[in-house]
Write a protein that binds this ligand. Structure first.
Ligand code: SF4
Length: 672
């Protein structure tokens, strides 16, 4: 039981928090959230807690979490979506709160396998020396001896991520209990540390991986625990869906066949008996031909439709039966079995790793031959370089209802974007949260939106599906541009739209001396750094930029949303889920497209104001926000006191100019 008085002591005016961070004002919403999380844990309930930017939710959950971990036998688990937040919690926030609370807690961070060095893969790195500068080998071996955690964070060769991919641990290739390095394996070491920890910081992907293990014969990664706090919880559903999906890709098949061929060549040189090389090479040749024929047929299928939905029994209509390919793959797998001590340990290990990966591929193809119909969507897609069979579950609720909720006492889901229309029902429904155990709390940002921002919406603009939309939106953008401040983020719903806008705007920007940064042209960190340093710039982004960009203060002075971010209807998962919802008698627009668009819209405009001193303009070029019935729901996500100006481009320009004049310090040099 967490003592409520300790929460009050921490968050009270002039309490522990304020004593340790004197410039910070106590925010009532932060204290309210901490109280509510405490009650949720004490009363063994679930909580959906939406907390807008500026509430300070991290401390709100860390204080009760750490008080709980200090007195309970079992650890408390915190799960994040991004590695950045995971590391920030472990390296900064948790130690800070522990120090203020004077608690001595064991903290463990567990990341996905690919973040750890695999000693087995390192052992045969020299065999892949044509793939990296070989002069680095001695330094890499030295680093591997000296590294403490063996993580990518500690990796000293940041300029050589390609080497890391050759030595990173990989679930498909891991030999598990048969690995001779098991005792000094970094993955195992991190897991052992978790067994002793009071607080374990993981990510959502790992959370699902652990949950799946708990339901199988495999050993769970995490020790027994009763309380989980999910930060960045809006990513939970998609992470779970992706995690429970299956892929079978052409590139992977070709790569492993190549690796097996190279490897057999090396084995043959080493020792001629032990494996029947002639049979194996000929099996490999036959397999390659079957794979080629198989993927060629896929290619023909895609000429008609890309992506192409597939269904149980779909393969029976193909000429080149995947069953034959599967049989050849299994035959090769059997041929690769060697007796003990036939080859030196290093080669046997490498062979084991290849067989494991090959075995996973066989299991994937087998899955597609026996495809589940209900509640899964499966399709074939290709981009000219790779053909992939993909299958994803449409719903996550059943999996969580069966495997998670009965096992835990308390769950807290928090993020700045969980609610629709001030309710957590959509999030709760997608995750199948039990209504009798689940509460919702929604806390808006504490910023002074009436002073810090304005929203501009043009009147004379056609709807986005109109052929004149792009031309007119560019015209309005150019007219309002002088009052948007020095650094503007333009968010698009598709890369295609971004590109067509870019082509149209390039000349205008050149003429005005404005630098244009385009997502995908450089690494994101470099792009953001250059954008921040530029005296006058626009950044064009899509997808992850709607939520993954944090540019406080004068680093960002406006956000421009070209259209309301409805999901692309021909995305296979979206269209599969829409079909299934309709079959269940539900309206796919209100149950899927609209809620997804609203969450993304909140994420997009949420880029603008990140702190109390920020000022900025939000320009929405999609009038449906005012003209459509559903527009009201989008508007309801905006801060109540945010001034909304609607009208001609000239009116918007004047409003923007006045806004900066009022705000004063950041941007007053308007040109018009
Ligand atoms: S146990 Fe697995 S991850 Fe660890 S060293 Fe061995 S093969 Fe690599």
């Amino acid at each position: 039981m967490i003592e409520y008085s300790k929460i009050e002591e921490f968050f009270a005016p002039e309490g522990l928090f304020q004593q340790n961070f004197p410039p910070f004002e106590i925010r009532t919403s932060q204290r309210d959230l901490a109280r509510r999380i405490t009650r949720t844990i004490n009363e063994k309930r679930f909580l959906i807690a939406e907390a807008g930017t500026g509430v300070g939710k991290t401390f709100s959950y860390l204080v009760p979490a750490m008080l709980y971990a200090d007195q309970e036998e079992q650890p408390l688990v915190i799960s994040t979506y991004t590695k950045n937040l995971q590391m920030q919690l472990a390296q900064k926030d948790i130690p800070q709160v522990a120090q203020i609370l004077d608690l001595n807690l064991e903290i463990a961070v567990l990341m996905g396998r690919s973040n750890y060095l695999c000693r087995t893969r390192l052992q045969f790195l020299h065999q892949k020396k044509e793939q990296f500068p070989v002069r680095l080998l001695p330094q890499i071996y030295l680093w591997a001896q000296e590294t403490e955690e063996g993580t990518f964070e500690e990796w000293s060769f940041a300029d050589h991520p390609e080497i890391w991919s050759l030595i990173a641990a990989d679930a498909d290739g891991c030999q598990g209990q048969f690995c001779p390095h098991q005792n000094d394996c970094f993955v195992q070491k991190a897991r052992r540390k978790c067994q002793q920890a009071d607080i374990i910081v993981i990510n959502h992907h790992l959370f699902f991986s652990d949950l799946k293990m708990q339901n199988s014969e495999e050993q769970s990664l995490l020790p027994s625990h009763q309380v989980i706090i999910f930060d960045e919880a809006h990513h939970l559903e998609q992470t779970g869906i992706d995690f429970l999906g299956t892929d079978f890709s052409q590139v992977e098949v070709i790569e492993i066949i190549g690796e097996i061929r190279d490897f057999l060549g090396r084995l043959q040189k080493e020792k001629k008996d032990g494996l029947n090389f002639a049979t194996l090479f000929s099996a490999l040749q036959g397999l390659e031909e079957k794979a080629q024929a198989f993927f060629f047929e896929f290619d023909r299928e895609l000429e008609r439709n890309n992506p192409r939905f597939i269904y149980p029994g779909w393969w029976q209509k193909l000429q080149n039966s995947p069953l034959e390919l599967l049989e050849s793959m299994e035959a090769l797998n059997r041929g690769l079995v060697v007796g003990e001590e036939v080859f030196p340990e290093e080669l046997t290990l490498a062979l084991g790793e290849l067989r494991n990966r090959w075995g996973k591929l066989i299991a994937s193809l087998d899955y597609f031959l026996d495809l589940p119909g209900d509640n899964f969507v499966s399709w074939l897609e290709g981009d000219g370089k790779n053909l992939i069979l993909r299958s994803l579950p449409l719903f996550l609720d059943d999996f969580l209802i069966q495997s998670l909720y009965p096992q835990v006492e308390s769950l807290i889901f928090t993020s700045a974007t969980l609610s629709i229309n001030d309710q957590g029902a959509y999030f709760a429904e997608n995750l199948g949260l039990p209504s009798e155990r689940t509460d919702t709390m929604i806390l808006g940002s504490p910023f002074d939106y009436d002073q810090q921002a304005i929203l501009l919406i043009p009147r004379d603009i056609p709807p986005p599906q109109d052929p004149d939309f792009v031309g007119k939106s560019i015209e309005i953008f150019q007219e309002v541009f002088p009052v948007l401040g020095p650094r503007n983020l333009l968010l698009f719903t598709s890369y295609q739209m971004l590109q067509s806008f870019y082509r149209e705007i390039e000349g205008f920007c050149e003429e005005k001396g404005v630098e244009v940064f385009v997502q995908g042209k450089r690494a994101v960190s470099q792009l953001l750094r250059d954008f921040r340093e530029s005296p006058r710039a626009i950044m064009l982004g899509t997808a992850s930029f709607w939520e993954g960009v944090d540019l406080p203060g004068a680093d960002l002075t406006s956000v421009i949303l070209f259209r309301l971010p409805f999901p692309v209807p021909d995305d296979p998962w979206i269209s599969g889920k829409a079909r299934e919802l309709e079959k269940q008698g539900k309206n796919s627009f209100t149950h899927l497209m609209l809620p997804r668009a609203i969450i993304r819209f909140k994420q997009g405009w949420g880029r603008l104001i990140r702190s109390f001193s920020d000022r900025g303009i939000l320009l929405v070029l999609d009038r449906r926000i005012l003209t459509k019935n559903y527009g009201k729901i989008f508007c309801s996500t905006l801060p109540e006191r945010l001034p909304i100006i609607e009208g001609s481009a000239q009116k918007l320009f004047t409003a923007g100019k006045k806004f900066w004049e009022r705000a004063g310090e950041i941007w007053t040099e308007v040109e018009k």
